[in-house]
Design a binder for this molecule. Structure first.
Ligand SMILES: *Cc1c(COP(=O)(O)O)cnc(C)c1O
Length: 463
């Protein structure tokens, strides 16, 4: 056995025997690949949460996906609720996307010159999204947000950005900032390598807290370029905000000459075609997209009114560019996926299916008095070991993540794949059929019973 495997399987915490006393599914091939990957990549991965640091065992190396299923290197099959962290709203290996990408690839993969495909995707979006008039394609969500921030600063000629604790906007330097002490403070960097002076341009406040925002505008009059918020915060649990709070953000930015940026990298084309903005009936000034927009290929975008977008180069003074921006293959995947979600009834069917799924898991847990909540909006769900109504980051009890670890392992053992962290949300795709959702539910019920049994307390003691 490889040394790393011994380490993994011999340590008390990572033993191969699940909480039911039965052996875990085999991860031998994945573990070997992970061992090798560690010689190539920091932590063995190309994006940190993939490393399974918050759950048991080694990361699963995925070999293929089809519909709502994925298969790992050991041949285990899973119903996948991670869906590549959101992009795969049609499920894996969708034939329409595959065909369109295949067709476009026959003609070359990148030109660094405009193509009709960019027009085609832009037209599909702008015709059906009344919130933005012009759009710019980039290659990731991070890039979209980074550009939107620069645009807001260039347009308002102000430097400060207000963000919320518990919102993630990609690995943009000025947004890798967490709350300091005090109600309204400059943030502290949440990553090494971000200059303190950057963090000083970022104000971090709790979600759902009007006073903090009013105070920020009092303390920094005419300095705040924009408030940025996730359409529905979905990267640190699912922190569903009231419509009134979001409306308040719209009003206070407008009355202070600041812009409102909706980061809809997750929620765009997810909650509905017009995302969270439509869901809340709000018109943000700038909206960022990513994930679903690319149909599984690397695509991001930001959009706004024609007058705000007129500030972007070459039309205006805010510089932003990309060698592979609007890449034909990525545009092809986007066109195929966006055409599908535009079909009538798409979101109604998907959201209803996801809501039923979430509700029946909640009913099961409530009937057993488990301290467990399923948060749900559209086809996004989040499992939380709590009995509270969680609306901001600080409401999440970090110790509850121990239960998530057990849940995650028991679900893998039952053929259900969730993102490997209790802070991550899950996604239902159009490819999840009723039959598979029923199967998944039964597995989740069993796993929940084990979680609450294995903590050594009866459900009522646990409350
Ligand atoms: C995923 C995500 C990002 C970052 O997108 P990447 O493509 O990973 O760079 C930014 N904002 C939100 C809200 C996201 O969910």
């Amino acid at each position: 056995m490889l040394d790393s495997l011994k380490k993994i399987f011999n340590s008390e915490d990572e033993k191969m025997v699940s909480n039911t006393g039965k052996p875990d599914i085999s991860r031998e091939k994945s573990a070997e690949l992970y061992e090798k990957a560690q010689t190539f990549f920091p932590g063995g991965v190309n994006s940190p949460v993939r490393a399974f640091r918050s759950v048991y065992g080694t990361p699963l190396f995925i070999e293929k996906g089809d519909g709502c299923f994925i298969w790992d290197a050991d041949g285990n099959q899973f119903i996948d609720f991670c869906c590549s962290w959101g992009p795969l709203i049609l499920g894996h290996n969708n034939p329409k996307i595959r065909e369109k990408v295949g067709e476009v690839m026959q003609r070359g993969m990148s030109f660094g010159a405009p193509t009709a495909l960019e027009n085609e995707l832009a037209e599909l979006i702008l015709k059906n999204n009344k919130l933005i008039e012009k759009i710019r394609f980039v290659s990731s969500g991070t890039e979209a947000v980074m550009s939107a921030i620069r645009l807001a600063r260039g347009y308002t000629k102000r430097d400060k950005i207000l963000k919320f604790e518990g919102c993630y906007h990609g690995h943009v330097d000025s947004l890798l900032v967490k709350a300091g002490s005090g109600l309204v403070t400059f943030g502290e960097t949440s990553s090494a390598g971000v200059p303190k002076s950057f963090a000083e341009e970022t104000i971090v406040v709790p979600l759902n807290d009007r006073n903090a925002i009013e105070e920020a505008f009092r303390q920094f009059p005419d300095q705040i370029a924009a408030i940025i918020i996730e359409g529905v915060p979905a990267n640190n649990g699912l922190l569903i905000q009231d419509k009134e709070f979001v409306q308040f953000l719209r009003e206070i930015t407008s009355s202070n000459g600041a812009l409102l940026i909706f980061d809809e990298v997750i929620t765009g084309f997810r909650l509905g075609f017009e995302g969270a903005a439509k869901h809340y009936d709000i018109k943000p000034d700038i909206i960022t997209y990513g994930k679903i927009l690319g149909g599984g290929m690397p695509v991001g975008a930001y959009g706004a009114s024609a007058s705000i977008m007129g500030n972007i180069s070459p039309e205006g003074p805010v510089y932003q560019a990309g060698t592979l921006s609007g890449n034909p293959v990525a545009m092809a995947a986007g066109i195929a996926q966006i055409s599908e979600v535009l079909r009538s009834g798409f979101y109604k069917d998907l959201n209803r299916k996801a809501e039923e799924f979430a509700e029946s898991i909640q009913r099961f847990a409530s009937a057993r008095n488990y301290k467990f909540k399923v948060f749900n909006v559209g086809s996004i769900f989040w499992f939380a070991f709590t009995d509270k109504d969680i609306r901001k980051a600080e409401d999440i009890d970090p110790s509850s993540m121990e239960k998530f670890k057990v849940l995650h392992r028991e679900l893998l053992n039952r053929g259900i794949y969730l993102g490997p962290s209790g802070y991550e949300v899950g996604f239902v795709s159009a490819a999840h059929t009723k039959t598979e959702l029923e199967k998944a539910k039964r597995a989740i019920f069993e796993a929940l019973d084990i979680v609450f049994r294995s903590t050594g307390k009866t459900p009522s003691e646990d409350r």
